[in-house]
Write a protein that binds this ligand. Sequence first.
Ligand code: PMP
Length: 405
Amino acid sequence: MDAELRSRAQRVIPGGMYGHQAVANLPPHYPQFFVEGKGARIRDANGVEYIDLMCSYGPMVLGHRNPVVEQAVRRQMRRADCLNGPTEHMVRLAELLTQNVPHADWALFCKNGTDATTLCVTIARAATKRRKVMVARGAYHGWAAWCNPNTNGITEEERSNILYYEYNDLDSVIGLLAEHGADLAGIVASPMRHDIKKDLLPVDPEFARRLRTICDQLGAALILDDVRCAMRVDLRGSWEPIGVRPDLSAWSKAIANGYPIACVLGSDRFRDAASSVYATGSFWFAAVPMVAALATIEEATRIDAIEMMRVAGQQLRDGLASQARSHGLAVTLSGTPQLPFMTFAGDGQLTKSYLWADECVKRGVYLHPFHNWFLSAAHTAEDISRALDATDDAFGVVVKQFGRD
Ligand code: PMP
């Protein structure tokens, strides 16, 4: 079935598939097509079941088809989704988010992470009447021209106002200020460095504090791209634990447990600019994703989803660390338990990661060789322990092929 769908797709979808969900860049046993998901399990088009450690690249924070979210969605579906204007749920959602997130005085809703990050940059420029935006080299903020990691089809002009700093390296930020400080509209940062193919790196709190000070001194916007981490690190926003509050933050992925919605949260200082820019979309005001977001946030709060993910993620990390040790393999576990990642020492070409991840997939555990993984509140201790049975065997295959470190 998967093979047949792939060959049909090859004829009618450019490249057979595109973007981060194209399996062309993944090891050979990764399925391309899926048919269902429930809790922490997914099933591919061949009927094979997996413990899902990618959670649709983030969105499924409560697990697939969470009953509370699904019930709220079904109730709203019976009434309406896409209308001539929003429903009351939009106001309720903005109220809930501005209550939960200390830096936020208002919310704008859109669809994808790229909408939200692009809107943040647009609002920062509208507010400051300046052009330059700093982003960390190698960071992903979406597929739009200003931030797309692939420059095919993108002109130099579209990038001419983007400046690059190195994550956690204050000197690299300061180095850009002499020439560009007066024209700086904003600095974009991720809550942690989570670039693909690299160990995840926590933010240095002092670095974050200095970004805050620099933005305050220059009147620029500090923009937190919380698209990937939001709802997994802290429900109040991912820099709240370190006490650094952005002016604008971009949220998406996990806020509605898989339903399409993103949002920009901002402080009063940027309210007028936010209302001055023109930003909209045919589906941006749809009710169902807003209802899903309300249910997801309320349920995540009620069950303390972050703590559940932390516990399951810690079990996974501890298990992987001890397995790697007993196989005589040197690995680095990075990220937080809720967004973990693992690399093999000296594996620059990711050869070991590819083999190991493929062996996991063959044994019914879906994780990723070069993108961080995601836990959900649906992962039970038993799911993790079954996943660890597979990872242990997969380590064994790596040792067989490459030997011990
Ligand atoms: N920012 C970050 C940090 C992301 O991880 C992503 C998606 N991987 C985006 C922005 C873009 O989100 P989307 O794919 O929904 O446009």
